[in-house]
Write a protein that binds this ligand. Structure first.
Ligand SMILES: NC(=O)C1=CN([C@@H]2O[C@H](COP(=O)(O)OP(=O)(O)OC[C@H]3O[C@@H](n4cnc5c(N)ncnc54)[C@H](OP(=O)(O)O)[C@@H]3O)[C@@H](O)[C@H]2O)C=CC1
Ligand SMILES: O=C(O)C1=N[C@H](C(=O)O)C[C@H](O)C1
Length: 234
């Protein structure tokens, strides 16, 4: 498979190494806006850039009818526009706030726990995410997906909010520490005890492996997909 890496920073470099070890060819490594020329005719684009440029990058690739796997967070208010562009161009788009297998299992666990805890209002819920200091967005994309999973399963919550909380908003605390690849915790606290579920990434390899698996999966498909489709659909 021919892969173009749009965004060749911390993630792009690891994804490139893993993809090459699996026998794929990296035909472009871009830290600039993609074009029909510099993309160099890939079968798929893997996009890990930054929140300011992701929308435009993805749009250009889809308009060139190249399927896109995107891990960039912090631009999701425009996701429905991208999904429409993918449809119009008869190609495929897959977004994952987190591509690691562990976090995708954690997403499922979070939803099951939220469905159970909704009947026990004595427990107050709170979320914490910890990431490295270069991270541009807060809260993390993963924390937003976790919050959406809770809101879907517990009608006490209608939205999430960064750092502060009240009865109908789920509070997400975003902490930035030197080299942390990504840690997410959900706390249910009562007067007498605490339940905590937590995912800790030891390094970025799990994210990168998942992104390559998603790229292998999406080639030849049309439509809009998530990592849940890749990992859990039959
Ligand atoms: N979904 C997931 O599983 C994961 C998602 N992420 C997300 O992926 C994104 C990238 O993370 P990370 O690799 O750590 O970040 P980096 O900052 O290390 O890499 C981003 C790269 O994008 C480049 N870039 C800048 N402008 C453009 C442009 N117009 N087009 C293409 N590339 C450009 C930057 O180049 P330059 O330095 O020259 O500006 C840089 O090399 C973030 O949004 C992060 O939150 C991260 C890990 C896992
Ligand atoms: O910026 C990062 O590094 C990460 N970003 C993703 C997010 O915002 O959830 C995934 C992972 O936690 C690392």
């Amino acid at each position: 498979m021919k892969i173009a890496l749009v965004g060749y920073g911390k993630m792009g470099k690891i994804i490139g190494e893993i993809a090459e070890k699996k026998g794929h060819e990296i035909v472009a490594r871009l830290n600039e806006t993609p074009t029909a020329v510099n993309l160099n005719k890939p079968d798929v684009v893997i996009e890990f850039s930054n929140p300011e440029v992701a929308f435009e990058n993805i749009k250009i690739c889809l308009e060139n009818q190249i399927p896109v796997v995107c891990g960039t967070t912090g631009w999701l208010d425009r996701k429905s526009e991208i999904e429409e562009i993918a449809k119009q161009n008869h190609t495929a788009f897959l977004y994952g706030s987190n591509f690691s297998l562990g976090v995708n299992l954690f997403f499922a666990l979070n939803e099951k726990l939220a469905a159970l805890m909704k009947d026990f209002p004595e427990y107050q819920i709170q979320m914490e995410e910890i990431h490295h200091t270069q991270k541009k967005d807060a809260p993390s994309g993963t924390a937003i997906t976790l919050a959406e999973g809770i809101i879907k399963n517990d009608s006490r919550f209608s939205s999430w909010k960064l750092e502060e909380t009240n009865e109908s908003e789920l509070g997400i605390f975003a902490v930035r520490e030197d080299e942390v690849p990504g840690t997410h915790s959900i706390f249910y606290r009562s007067e007498v005890d605490e339940i905590e579920i937590k995912h800790t990434a030891y390094n970025r390899n799990g994210f990168a492996v998942g992104a390559v698996i998603a790229a292998e999966w999406i080639v030849g498909k049309t439509g809009n997909f998530s990592m849940q489709d890749v990992l859990f659909s039959k």
